[in-house]
Unconditional design. Structure first.
Length: 317
């Protein structure tokens, strides 16, 4: 380890700007799932490819999918949807190790949705495993019928009790430590330097999470603006300039952003609070049908959204 050089470098690091403590208003969550991998390397297939192409065996690689199954695909799809539509949607990025930030105000919603998703995962796995032995036998019969018996290997198919362990579901919630909560049995001077490094990382993580929230708001409002505004260079059959297509999902996401700006404002950012208030005022009493019914209203709301976007902090969007 290059501990000495790292400590020396830390000693000349510029002072890090502190951010408010968020340990009482947020927690860390980690989610992951695994699925049985059915794509396998195959030496016989590799040799056949090499012989058929004249390539060296170490320059090609043959593989096979030992079970292409719709129920197995459903398990993978479900896990990916949960990660993207629940876990990512309800949390903010925290570290490169996969930990994400969850406000305490959203904990109950997160736990409910993730618990329901886990039950669905278990149901999908049970459904797949119920047919597993039959599918293995059917796969062997098909391989023999298609003169592919050399590619079928019994050892590729573990028994059901072993296979079940390959479908993991992991959702861990843990407390967020204070930036100053750092205990080591080392000399005070070295501990102060390491503490400074930790606090620097902590502050950057907080700022990164808030930056991600601002980006979500910016992206949504930009899409909302394109829905509301006139489309450059596009006209209908009568020669009238046309508006963008008003999307219900985009509008609903804008409404959701009001709550997110408040619940996820873990640093007490006054600009974030003001943005939530302005967005709430902008959308008050509005729905897609009301907006589509009046061209004047659409133009006015588009101008308001544009002004709101221009007021957002610049974070290299």
């Amino acid at each position: 380890m290059e501990q000495a050089s790292n400590i020396q470098q830390l000693a000349v690091t510029p002072e890090i700007r502190n951010v408010p403590s968020i340990s009482s208003s947020a927690m860390l969550v980690e989610f992951g799932f695994s699925c049985w991998g059915t794509v396998k390397k195959d030496k016989a297939a590799t040799k056949a490819i090499a012989n058929g192409t004249g390539a060296a065996e170490d320059s090609v690689q043959g593989s096979k999918d030992i079970m292409s199954n719709e129920k197995l695909k459903a398990i993978r799809k479900h896990g990916a949807n949960v990660r993207n539509q629940i876990h990512y949607k309800l949390t903010l990025p925290w570290s490169d190790l996969g930990l994400r930030l969850l406000p305490t105000t959203r904990k109950a919603d997160y736990i409910y949705k993730m618990s329901e998703a886990e039950q669905n995962h278990v149901g999908l796995v049970n459904d797949f495993l119920a047919d597993y032995d039959f599918n293995v036998s059917q796969g062997q019969a098909n391989a023999n019928a298609q003169d592919l018996a050399s590619l079928w290997r019994a050892e590729d198919y573990p028994p059901v009790d072993v296979l079940r362990g390959k479908f993991e579901w992991r959702c861990i919630i843990s407390p967020l430590p204070e930036s100053g909560d750092f205990r080591l049995d080392i000399a005070a001077e070295a501990q102060d330097i390491i503490k400074q490094q930790y606090e620097g990382h902590h502050n950057r993580f907080v700022q990164g999470a808030m930056g991600d929230l601002w980006k979500r708001v910016h992206d949504n409002l930009t899409t909302l603006l394109s829905n509301l505004a006139l489309k450059d260079g596009e006209f209908d059959a009568k020669g009238n300039q046309v508006f963008g297509k008003m999307s219900e999902s985009v509008f609903q996401t804008s409404l959701d952003m009001i709550g997110m700006l408040r619940d996820y404002n873990l640093t007490g950012d006054t600009q974030m609070t003001a943005t939530a208030n302005r967005l709430e005022d902008l959308l008050y009493g509005m729905n897609t049908e009301v907006i589509k019914s009046s061209e004047t209203l659409r133009i006015d709301k588009a101008a308001e959204v544009k002004n709101l976007i221009d007021s957002l902090p610049t974070l290299d969007f």
